[in-house]
Design a protein around this ligand. Structure first.
Ligand SMILES: [Zn+2]
Length: 180
């Protein structure tokens, strides 16, 4: 059976974003995150995180802090019976010289190299257009959590299929689409 996967942005999608989050004690999940992911889990989806962490390159987040924050996110999700299969991280900064900083597609390409998943059965979810754009060349549909960035149709990536308030709203859309 092919894997169904939700490829999640991290900061301001899964958890609140205080900016260069480097303290695990400051991790707070976003409203609707647990509920939304629980619905998707029941429908057979697995979860992955795709995150830009330029704070590492800037010296604002140490490698150990990055790991500790991700572990804290995993712990909070585990209280709701949820698991992130893998965190894909771009630790690089600007100017962009790597292939993995979103909107570049590297994190998504790495995911598809490592896991057998059908792009048609995957969704990229994030609060920025670059989270969606990074998934476009992999053929993954995108859902934008539009709390900050206004989508203008002229600049929207072609794979953007929906704009949602939060992860619960995004989950409702995905499940409604599955039912047809
Ligand atoms: Zn990178």
């Amino acid at each position: 059976m092919t894997m169904k996967a939700i490829l999640l942005d991290r900061d301001d999608t899964l958890n609140e974003d205080p900016g260069y989050l480097n303290d695990p004690q400051k991790v707070v999940l976003k409203p609707g995150a647990l509920q939304g992911l629980q619905k998707l889990k029941q429908a057979g989806y697995e979860f992955f995180v795709m995150t830009n962490q330029s704070g590492v390159a800037r010296g604002l987040i140490s490698e150990q802090q990055l790991v500790s924050v991700n572990e804290r996110i995993s712990l909070l999700l585990s209280h709701g019976g949820l698991k992130i299969r893998k965190f894909y991280v771009c630790p690089h900064g600007e100017p962009i010289t790597c292939e993995c900083r979103k909107p570049r597609p590297g994190l998504f390409l790495q995911f598809f190299r490592e896991f057998k998943a059908n792009p048609d059965a995957c969704y990229a979810i994030g609060d920025k257009l670059r989270d969606i754009e990074a998934a476009e060349s992999s053929g993954v549909k995108g859902i934008l959590l539009a709390n900050r960035e206004t989508v203008q149709s002229t600049m929207a990536p072609k794979n953007l299929v929906h704009t949602a308030r939060d992860l619960q709203d995004a989950a409702d859309y995905i499940l409604a689409t599955e039912r047809g």
